[in-house]
Design a protein around this ligand. Sequence first.
Ligand code: MD3
Ligand code: FE
Length: 209
Amino acid sequence: EEVAPGAVHVPGWLSAEQQRELVVVCREWARGPVPIRRTKLPGGGVMSVRSVGVGWHWQPYRYSRTADDVNGARVAAFPDWLADLGRRALVDAYLDEHAADGYAPDAGLINFYGGDARMGMHQDREERSGAPVVSLSIGDSCVFRFGNTENRGRPYRDVELGSGDLFVFGGPSRFAYHGVPKVRPGTGDPATGLAGGRLNITLRVTGLG
Ligand code: MD3
Ligand code: FE
């Protein structure tokens, strides 16, 4: 379903096996070389979501190759198979064989939400590229809030994101405010390998060297 121009939700896009494989590899990335952590915000706050990057490390509000705010290690490489998955996501979401021509995501952000974790309304503006963002969800369902490009408030739409769902944000939706106001504990299937919580993987083009 096209939720807004360029924003397409494809429920159940990942197979059960793909979800299990992604959980395994995300668990490895969560251990290192940069351990998954709650990101510290410049104002002194700490995010409730746990995050780790591949290809690039993200900290508010910039990308780097090393995690200077964690352990100083260089982040894991962004694998070719993950870029391929991102290209298949664009083709399937936009129903266009050419949608991924020239699309080369180089950053993955892995977010883990416990039952009480939230993500406030924000824009993703650290990338120097307007290329689409690909989002993959595994585990517990959540309420995903998709807003406008002007401010954090209304108008917005709340969309339920479940395990295996794909969401692509391109075109005018790329710079919309968005957030995760609620996770629904206990709605995930332990067969994914996630005993609880929600995993979200986003693929981005940083536009950085
Ligand atoms: C719309 N993550 O990591 S994924 C983030 O579920 C982030 O963990 C949320 O927002 C999560 O920055 C939402 C959906 C998403 C991701 C990036 C976007 C929507 C987006 C970038 C631009 C517009
Ligand atoms: Fe975001």
